[in-house]
Write a protein that binds this ligand. Structure first.
Ligand code: SAH
Length: 486
């Protein structure tokens, strides 16, 4: 399509303002005004290395205090045109229509671009919502159509950018000459910078290790192949907005995402569209990959130089077999990191308004599982429960009766409160409540097909049972428990 055709096509919306980045280092920027509007603009300009000058005959205390703190000069004179002399930019921020108009007219007469706060008709330029990771700047504008929208967009973008982005860009600038000398222009150079900004140098800067970042850049420049990296990332309990910002960022950078059965599609979909996805589900009863195979897969991907996200439900270090994966990676010399996530017990507690620790009632907490029996017997966390600990049982549906019996035998009252959540944090979650005596009934509930978290203890009595239904009882298991209790 020719340029003319493109320009005249009805879909192309033209901007009435055109974003540029203006050099202001050492240039004078004048703000005229005493109050909040002037302070807001002064703050904005102070993010640059411009020479800021505020003209305010009677500055309000907030402006005065800020100027003091930031070493900004206030000219305490009534405004006159000569105050604008030599300025590169002018802000009319007095809050008074007449004075702002005068400042704007004076600026225009002197050919200085001017912005008048909240008076678009007087503006030559607008100030963007700004994300400052100097030297990286992201400016968002709406031509005044929606300043609040600009702020919303700003915070969304801000969230996904690593805090150390500025330092990384500075590092890149210091390597630019060397790269241009050594790496041929075109695909090779693009690949170099991609590995620089998303690979080892970026990781080292993010970890605050600038010396290592320098070394990594040097290695990259010497032509060493990019090293792989595996992030063991907690995906949270299921709801895609319960993952951390770091997890989100890593997902968007990953070449490969290796995910578990419990991680919903919506969370995996936060990754790049062209990322390779590998399902490593290990659902009870249908093992699609053994733990050893997963360990080997991660090592192999790391050795191939891939950036891998190993996505696990909840927190990777809670019943996630991350220990084995980390050991395999360490042994193979593949670098890795761990990103925590919201574990299922916390999500279940939140769904139930359930305080896991409660002053004077519960001051410790047990994360346990209904499986993983050592020598056929449950480990002895029951005593802790008797001392008031809140017990969170992972994978506890199919042996709920055994868990209940274990606690009962240890002497925990059958009246102790129990809360159960299926699919915690998700819209289709289901909540159940009851007592320890009811717990065995869970085993016979064929309708519970999602993951189930059980929380037991006196603190559970403080939960909100308005959205929950009773746990159904199952005769067999219950009588077994009752026999034990008798
Ligand atoms: N690493 C995970 C736990 C993995 S073990 C974490 O920190 O949460 C798998 C068990 O976690 C399930 O059997 C179930 O007991 C629990 N679980 C995981 N997600 C859950 C959810 N959304 N609701 C309830 N329980 C959940």
């Amino acid at each position: 399509m020719s340029l003319r055709a493109l320009n005249s096509s009805p879909e192309v919306q033209r901007l009435n303002t055109f974003p540029i980045f203006m050099r202001v280092e050492g240039e004078v920027v004048v703000v005229v005004g005493e109050g909040d509007e002037a302070l807001a603009k002064a703050r904005l300009i102070a993010q640059s290395s411009a020479d800021l000058r505020v003209v305010a005959e009677n500055p309000e205390p907030a402006l005065e205090a800020w100027a003091d703190e930031n070493g900004v000069e206030i000219i305490r004179e009534s405004y006159r045109a000569s105050h604008l002399f030599g300025a590169a930019l002018v802000f009319a921020a007095s809050g008074e229509a007449e004075r702002d108009a005068r400042v704007a007219a004076d600026a225009r007469a002197a050919n200085i671009p001017v912005n008048a706060v909240d008076r678009p008709e007087l503006c030559d330029f607008f100030t963007p919502a700004l994300i400052n990771r100097a030297p990286v700047a992201i400016a968002i504008g709406t031509e005044g159509a929606g300043p609040v929208l600009a702020q919303i967009i700003r915070s969304r973008i801000d969230r996904i950018l690593p805090p150390a982005l500025g330092r990384l860009a500075q590092l890149a600038a210091s390597w630019r000459d060397a790269v241009e000398r050594i790496v041929p222009r075109g695909a090779a150079r693009r690949d170099f910078w991609k590995s620089f900004f998303e690979g080892e140098p970026a990781r080292a800067v993010a970890a605050g290790n600038d010396a290592e970042a320098e070394r990594a850049a040097e290695r990259l420049l010497s032509g060493a192949p990019a090293k792989g990296h595996v992030a063991l990332v907690g995906a949270g309990p299921g709801s895609e907005d319960l993952i951390t910002l770091r997890a989100h960022r890593l997902l968007m950078e990953a070449d490969v995402i290796v995910h578990d059965a419990l991680v919903p599609e919506a969370v995996v979909a936060l990754g790049r569209r062209d990322a390779e996805r590998i399902f490593a589900g290990k659902r009870k009863g249908c093992h699609s990959k053994s733990q050893n195979e997963i360990n080997e897969l991660l090592v192999e991907l790391g050795r191939k130089g891939k950036r891998v996200v190993r996505l696990k439900s909840g927190d990777p270090l809670v019943f996630g077999r991350a220990g084995e994966e980390m050991a395999a990676l360490r042994e193979a010399g593949v670098s890795y990191e761990v990103v925590p996530g919201v574990t299922a017990a916390f999500a279940a507690a939140a769904d139930f308004d359930l305080p896991l620790t409660l002053r004077g009632v519960a001051s410790s907490m047990v994360f346990t599982t209904g499986h993983d029996l050592k020598g056929g017997a449950l480990p002895d966390w029951a005593r802790l429960a008797i001392d008031g600990a809140t017990v969170a049982v992972y994978m506890g549906r199919s042996n709920a009766a055994e868990v209940a019996q274990h606690l009962a035998e240890a002497g925990l009252s059958p009246d102790t409160a129990v809360a159960v959540v299926e699919n915690a944090s998700l819209p289709h979650r289901r909540l159940f409540h009851g007592t320890l005596a009811d717990l065995p009934g869970l085993e016979s509930r064929e309708d519970l097909t999602g993951p189930v978290m059980t929380i037991i203890g006196d603190a559970v009595a403080g939960a909100n049972f308005r959205n929950s239904e009773p746990i159904a009882r199952r005769q067999g298991a219950e009588s077994k428990l009752e026999r034990t209790m008798r």
